[in-house]
Unconditional design. Structure first.
Lengths: 185, 188
């Protein structure tokens, strides 16, 4: 399509224009492509809110996480394993521990370890850092810029039932999202 | 053709029913290098250019409706606006920290590579990049948007919030200045 505002250029400038147009802009490398795609995907999945503020750690309780996102992290789906031989059905449901698993809105299912014995004793907890991803800059609705850093841990908690001496071990992935104000850097 | 007609013409072109919808992945694949070039032209260094481009892509994607579509024109507009915001933020930060930053590398713009280079073309491309970067900012951005982003003067005008005639004049002056800068180098 011809440009209605195109001016007639002298021949020497046309030559220069042609030679310039032969230069190819340097292409996007795969890291940048991945980074930008990830930014759009995450902007889609998690629209930033004004609640995000100064060096805020979302859902950062050191204790057992109650929400585990795994829709977008399908390959990192939470693994919950129960030790063999524990008769869960007869135990009172009085534990305060409750884990809601799968929060992507399409395939949500509830894992409720409320059947863990009330008098079960936690033997050990372990938290392993699996992945840290710098997802670059995001914009909050108030137009402040934050650097988004996503971390993925695998937490493992072991219990023992003092009555039956049965052991239960539960492990699951936990995701943390840090929003760090750019001006604070 | 007057401005109103030009805009009508551009709008009717964009509404051509045969035009397939541009998914953001397609747009990024096909125009990523152009976006990157414009971001580099607008930014002080490559790291800033990457951050500006990312921010602009997300804003443009939201402005395009937030689903699969991504309007190419929005991306250029948001690259420019984001770069202006970053420039202001940089100035504020620099004022706060002027003393400590005075001699640091952070206070200086760092050169970026704009074009693909080969052994044969390396020196020539370097000269052209340097020459373009000597032009006034407003001429640089028009050259980048016209030649490498392949936008019409009308689209460039909307991106830069200027009149198409102004943009066309900047383009012409930019080429003239570039020729003047490059001529002694060619002779030598």
């Amino acid at each position: 399509m011809s440009d209605p505002f195109e001016q007639s250029l002298p021949e020497d400038l046309k030559d220069l224009e042609r030679s310039l147009s032969n230069l190819k802009p340097e292409g996007l490398d795969s890291v940048s492509k991945g980074r930008f795609s990830s930014a759009i995907i995450h902007a889609d999945a998690e629209p930033p809110t004004e609640e995000a503020s100064a060096t805020q750690e979302i859902d950062d309780s050191p204790s057992i996480r109650t929400r585990i996102a795994w829709g977008a992290w399908g390959s990192l789906a939470a693994a919950v394993s129960l030790a063999v031989g524990l008769n869960l059905g007869n135990r009172p449901e009085s534990s305060s521990l409750s884990a809601e698993v799968a929060v992507d809105g399409t395939s949500a299912e509830i894992f409720s370890p409320s059947k863990i014995p009330a008098d079960a004793t936690a033997l050990a907890t372990q938290s392993e850092l699996k992945q840290v991803v710098d997802e670059g800059i995001i914009l909050t609705e108030s137009s402040s810029r934050m650097r988004q850093v996503r971390t993925l841990y695998t937490d493992t908690v072991s219990w023992t039932d003092p009555v039956t001496e049965a052991r239960l071990q539960m492990s699951y992935d936990r995701e943390e999202l840090f929003l760090i104000p750019i001006d604070a850097i | 053709m007057n401005l109103a007609m030009a805009i009508d013409s551009a709008d009717s072109d964009s509404k051509t029913p045969e035009t397939p919808p541009n998914t953001w992945k397609q747009v990024l694949e096909e125009n990523g290098s152009r976006f990157q070039l414009y971001a580099r032209q607008q930014a002080r260094n490559d790291a800033d250019a990457q951050d500006i481009l990312q921010e602009a892509l997300v804003k443009a994607w939201r402005a395009s409706g937030g689903e699969e579509r991504l309007e190419v024109g929005f991306v250029y507009t948001y690259i420019r606006r984001t770069a202006i915001d970053w420039g202001r933020s940089h100035e504020r930060r620099q004022k706060r920290e002027q003393k400590s930053l005075r001699d640091s590398i952070w206070s200086q713009p760092t050169p970026t590579v704009w074009f693909e280079r080969t052994l044969e073309t390396d020196e020539r491309h370097r000269q052209i990049e340097a020459a373009i970067q000597q032009l006034p900012e407003e001429q640089q951005e028009v050259l980048v948007l016209k030649i490498w982003a392949d936008l019409t003067f009308d689209t460039i005008a909307r991106t830069l919030e200027a009149s198409p005639n102004t943009v066309a004049s900047r383009y012409r002056y930019g080429l003239q200045n570039l020729k003047r800068i490059l001529s002694p180098q060619q002779e030598s």
